[in-house]
Design a protein around this ligand. Sequence first.
Ligand code: HEM
Length: 521
Amino acid sequence: MENRTTDTDMTLTNRQGHPISDNQNIRTVGNRGPSTLENYHYIEKISHFDRERIPERVVHARGAGAHGYFEAYGKVGDEPVAKYTRAKLFQEAGKRTPVFVRFSSVVHGGHSPETFRDPRGFATKFYTEDGNWDLVGNNLKIFFIRDPLKFPDMVHAFRPDPVTNLSNPERMFDFVSNSPEATHMVTFVFSPWGIPANYRQMQGSGVNTYKWVNKDGEAVLVKYHWEPLKQGMKNLTQKEAEMIQAKNTSHATQDLYEAIERGDYPEWELCVQIMSDDEHPELDFDPLDPTKLWDHERFPFLRVGKMVLNKNPENYFAEVEQSAFGTGVLVDGLDFSDDKLLQGRTFSYSDTQRYRVGTNYLQLPINAPKTHVATNQRDGQMTLIVDRAPGQNPHVNYEPSSLGGLKEAAPSGKEHQPSYNASLVREKINRTNDFAQAGDTYRKFEDWERDELISNLVDALSVCKPHIQQKMIEYFTQADSDYGRRVSEGLAKAKMEMEMEHMGSKSAQEGAEAADHSGQR
Ligand code: HEM
């Protein structure tokens, strides 16, 4: 049917296409009411408004997004990329793939200040010719935990108290002091790296270990990293963040939007680190452990392409809020590793999106691939289109069929087929090594970063019970004796100051009471 709308037709209608001649007054019996129930226009308008909100993301609720493109270098470092992956988007130098990126903070709600100490999300959707690839990363290169079973508890502990709805660092440190694997991430998050200056001037990382697969079905382990180009990298001290927060709770959204509007497009280079696909017993960490960095010396950053963000969304809700990224969304030539956290995440994303956005969330323009899509999936709430190939017999919504239905694709290369021989268990990995890298990171910080780290940790830990403080000091000491000593001394000093303040206010109160009594006499 022809759409009657023309560029010049500005007539207001309802969703049924009825022109609206009065949008100021509901229909009433006399101009003082009562109103009647057949006010179709009013009821449609108000009941749509009543449903304007969908559930926010259970984590990463606060975010901003932008469109752009990824341009491949056709190489990985100095080698042809095809040696390691057959993924089409990387093969040719200069090949452009459209992208949409959503940046976010993690713990608090959709309107929380963007200055909070928190990892930042950095999720990229590549609309490739082979369908979508989502690289769902953070600004930091590691994570708090390595087992997905712990994720809901971790998020609860980082959130406000369920009774008072007040934030209290004791909840976080209660969890963390019972999860030694978090020591490395805590070291980053409480340093200035826990408050990037904005979304443009920060790195990104896939965190988890993935695989690249070539045309012969051979795999390597890879980690992905986004390195900011011309805009550089910048983190904030706690004081700087507080000063921004006093005036603006949306500084990062504003910074991104305004930079793109004025044509100052942010750019990142995509780099990978590569390891052969085995357990690497020579390393003191497991390559599948997301709490660990792969050191640059042995596993250099190899450049594969760059991304430019050059277009703001036209509508925040339709594009940013309804966007849906997931670690399961890979294209041919990219694969999962056995990283348990990655596998746990992969279930969680599309599960939450079927609830948060709806069964047909992949039909929305922001989430739909910009390539051939033909499935036999039908119906469900909010079906917008029938995912049918133009030549498909519309009666055949199943496969296999010889009556004009969809056919399976030809394989694009040899399948990667890892083989397994182990008992089914519930066990930690062997090489947990929870503290060594936290110590390395502590020593690599600049002096001002270490000073900030200690001061931020002392501030947060000073409200915690002594046994939680002790456990954390023990972890920091195992990472680096200077680290543990400085937190311990800082806490002792904070305790003394608190006691003196308490004594000071007590004697001031006693003085005031004495003065009061003398006045009565
Ligand atoms: C968002 C689960 C770990 C990065 C989400 C969402 C869920 C989730 C349910 C909301 C998605 C939505 O509503 O669309 C998990 C689980 C994890 C985990 C179960 C571990 C077991 C991680 C890690 C990273 C990460 C390690 C970083 C590499 C993100 C990002 C988003 C997100 C960037 C926001 C995506 C967007 O902008 O829409 N996560 N997550 N998550 N997660 Fe995770």
